[in-house]
Design a binder for this molecule. Structure first.
Ligand SMILES: *[C@@H]1O[C@H](CO)[C@@H](O)[C@H](O)[C@H]1NC(C)=O
Ligand SMILES: *[C@@H]1O[C@H](CO)[C@@H](O)[C@H](O)[C@H]1NC(C)=O
Ligand SMILES: *[C@@H]1O[C@H](CO)[C@@H](O)[C@H](O)[C@H]1NC(C)=O
Length: 219
């Protein structure tokens, strides 16, 4: 009992420090900037941060309904292609006619919240496959999202890449994404700490599951 209480105290301290470090920033914007500096360090062009695509990345996370085990492993699932036009775009206010091909996806989930740079190197780009997706010449734009399930653990990180041109792809009606809760997405320059505001620590034992996939679908 005493041990459990002590773990809880440690967890709250960790939580407090992570909130104060991140509260003025948007972890999804940070993820894009980490990713783009990794590309430019390898002499690849930086990708346009498209808020419509970022919002869709957050919808993509929500489609898992907090089921981390469906992100990777033998039980891996992915949302149906049709969901982009039927659910994700309307929920964001993205004009369906401006949906473009997704040229790659990085998705990871675990019970502990970590910073954007840790998520990038320890969860999303853990192997050669992830690096290949990151460095594909087919991408021109990117959208990222970070969210807990209902604000708590488990936490999801999602990066979607596309080959569209930013002024005519994933265009938001009225120029602004519909409000999303919980979670943060890139491209809006909004402060967002909503990814882990109402955190309930998932326990001392951390289970990480992640997957990096290249995919392409027709819309
Ligand atoms: C890009 O990120 C990967 C994964 O963290 C790392 O192995 C690689 O060294 C990075 N590349 C550069 C140029 O920083
Ligand atoms: C780029 O796109 C082409 C055609 O869609 C595909 O055959 C190729 O595998 C893609 N390259 C990468 C690195 O994903
Ligand atoms: C979109 O950008 C391209 C090149 O960057 C330009 O040629 C085109 O006119 C732009 N379209 C609109 C609708 O602004």
């Amino acid at each position: 009992m005493a041990v459990a209480a002590w773990l809880l105290v440690c967890a709250s301290l960790l939580f407090a420090s992570s909130v104060s470090a991140d509260s003025k920033n948007n972890p999804a914007d940070k993820l894009v900037s980490v990713l783009n500096s990794n590309r430019t360090d390898s002499k690849l062009p930086a990708l346009e941060d498209n808020p419509g695509l970022g919002c869709i990345a957050l919808q993509y996370i929500k489609a898992y309904q907090g089921r981390c085990d469906e992100v990777g492993g033998s039980d891996a699932k992915k949302p149906q292609d049709a969901e982009f036009a039927q659910t994700f775009a309307p929920n964001c206010g993205v004009q369906v006619s401006t949906l473009r091909l997704i040229t790659g996806r990085l998705l990871g989930c675990q019970s502990e919240y970590v910073s954007a740079s840790e998520a990038f190197s320890n969860i999303l780009i853990r192997n050669e496959r992830g690096l290949q997706i990151l460095r594909s010449k087919n991408h021109t734009e990117v959208g990222a999202a970070v969210s807990g399930n209902d604000g708590g653990a488990p936490y999801f990180w999602c990066v979607l890449f596309s080959g569209g041109k930013s002024n005519n792809s994933f265009v938001l009606e009225g120029g602004e994404a519909k409000k999303q809760h919980p979670g943060c997405f890139s491209g809006t320059n909004d402060d967002c700490s909503g990814a882990h505001r109402h955190q309930i620590f998932g326990g001392a034992l951390i289970i990480g599951i992640s997957v990096a996939l290249g995919l392409a679908f027709g819309l």
